[in-house]
Design a protein around this ligand. Structure first.
Ligand code: FUL
Length: 494
């Protein structure tokens, strides 16, 4: 439903009720597929493959398909555990660096078809894709560009194989919401028995623009992820957090300042992006619920807790990113009970925190309303509808929104969202509360973007709150201003 709402945005961009045109876009703006992606916020990574059975993180490529034999594979259990954790989608490692394919591909014999699992008749990609659809989750694929098994890796022939694999995945399994291209590229491997080191030039070898054209033609709704986008960028770390200042616009360069490519980028810029970047390439925070990406029995005692995940939520979604949380299935082919419990606890914290918007019922006023047109009035900030927004007149660079609450409320979380269809515009803001006889600042920040959550050191009680936008690159336009009380108690702030 919400995807449809966003895709319907062009209609909502029509003139305001009194005929005032909306703001002109500023800088880079998101595409419709990126707007839909921004709404997903938390989704899962499923690292599952031969490594699950060999207890490794990176298989060499010489593993026997005999090793792949989950004892109780249950796609519904996997997907419902994710759903209970608030995950809106799942991205499956259809092929990791070791080259083992989780679907019966025509491109190589190194796949589930050669495994004892279901006597070679199984298809993990199909089972997870169908379970996602049954339970209302989006489905995406990770296909490692590096293939340590394939004899042709390093030659042009392998790039054709990679594209053929993508074509199978993007034509055989229904709608795909995200295609994930890893930046890890080249090195030693089995390579059909050669057992050698093969280096490739990440800038030229894969001819990424052609591959991305293929993805576009086969799955126009899918966003493409890599270190450099084109739709979604890596955040530059695997710990699950973004920069406190986080611009969706991005202008990637190589480590040497030259041409960038997946696996060849100056990652220092990735957590923050570039305010004046020419393209909208928002960051995605990938992190595992465990120390490793694959399931290892020895890590059962080191699963992140619900509180850890809640903290990461503030540092990823709360900084305008999507959180890609890896939850690796175990050797049964199920989400382990410890991981499932942590996920559920995390979702419970998120749900309880955001169940009641304490700004509800407030009288809201703004120092400036575009064209004095009620279509852009500040009441739009409280309606929880991302298609409506408050906007200021062109030329305005500072504005204040005041909330006059029906009575005193106690809150510890502030939620802000920009109307990002017009680009990212706010550069600095402060939130203040009335503590008679003065306004007292309780939070401040730089960027807002698709979502900004500010967690206070301690809850504050007041009946008046104001947001002061102190610097903006273009007239501000916001869609949400909410107040909440964190459900994990008042000392939860790390
Ligand atoms: C990295 C890979 O090398 C890891 O194994 C994992 O898949 C992670 C998500 O990306 O680049």
């Amino acid at each position: 439903m919400s995807r449809l709402l966003v895709l319907a945005l062009p209609a909502a961009l029509a003139l305001g009720a009194a005929g005032t045109p909306p703001p002109s876009p500023h800088g880079a703006v998101p595409s419709p597929r990126q707007l839909a992606w921004h709404e997903l916020e938390t989704y899962a990574f499923l690292h599952f493959s031969i490594n699950t059975f060999t207890d490794r993180e990176w298989g060499y490529g010489d593993e026997s398909p005999d090793a792949f034999n989950p004892t109780g594979f249950d796609a519904d259990q996997i997907v419902t555990a994710l759903k209970r954790g608030g995950m809106t989608g799942a991205i499956l490692t259809a092929k990791h660096h070791d080259g083992f394919c989780l679907w019966p591909t025509r491109t190589t014999a190194h796949s589930v078809a050669a495994s004892p699992w279901k006597n070679g008749s199984g298809d993990v990609v199909r089972d997870i894709a169908e379970a996602c659809r049954r339970h209302g989750l989006q489905f995406g694929v990770y296909l490692s560009p590096w293939d340590r098994n394939h004899p042709a890796y390093g030659t042009p022939a392998y790039v054709d194989v990679y594209r053929a694999q993508l074509r199978e995945l993007l034509t055989g399994y229904g709608p795909i919401f995200e295609v994930w291209h890893d930046g890890a590229n080249g090195g030693d491997g089995y390579y059909g028995g050669a057992r050698e080191t093969r280096r490739i030039d990440p800038r030229t070898y894969y001819d990424w623009p052609r591959t991305w054209d293929l993805v576009r033609s086969l799955q126009p709704g899918a966003v493409i992820f890599s270190d450099v986008g084109p739709d979604v960028r890596w955040v530059g770390n695997e710990k699950g957090f973004a920069g406190e200042t986080n611009w969706a616009p991005f202008e990637p360069v190589g480590p040497d300042g030259g041409v960038p490519a997946p696996g060849h980028i100056r990652t220092a810029d990735s957590p923050t992006g570039h305010q004046n970047g020419s393209r909208w390439v928002p960051a995605e925070c990938d992190v595992s619920i465990r120390p490793g990406w694959f399931w290892h029995e020895a890590e059962n005692g080191r699963v992140k807790t619900a509180a850890d995940l809640f903290d990461l939520y503030f540092k990823s979604v709360g900084r305008g990113c999507n959180l890609l949380l890896n939850v690796p299935p175990d050797r049964r082919g199920r989400i382990h009970e410890i991981d499932a419990a942590a996920l559920e606890g995390f979702h419970d914290l998120v749900r309880r925190t955001f169940a009641v918007d304490l700004a509800a019922g407030a009288r809201v006023a703004a120092t400036d309303v575009r064209g004095s047109d009620p279509a852009y009035g500040p009441e739009r900030l409280l309606d929880h509808d991302r298609t409506t927004y408050w906007a200021a007149n062109d030329g305005v660079r500072q504005a204040t929104i005041g909330l006059d609450l029906p009575g005193p409320v106690t809150f510890s979380v502030i939620k802000l969202r920009e109307a990002i269809q017009f680009g990212q515009r706010v550069e600095a803001f402060t939130v203040e509360v009335w503590q008679d006889p003065a306004w007292v600042p309780v939070a401040s920040g730089t960027t807002i973007g698709p979502s900004r959550l500010l967690r206070l050191d301690r809850p504050v009680t007041t009946d008046r709150v104001r947001l002061r936008i102190t610097r903006a690159a273009a007239s501000p336009a916001l869609t949400e201003f909410g107040l909440y009380r964190a459900a994990d108690g008042d000392n939860g702030k790390p």
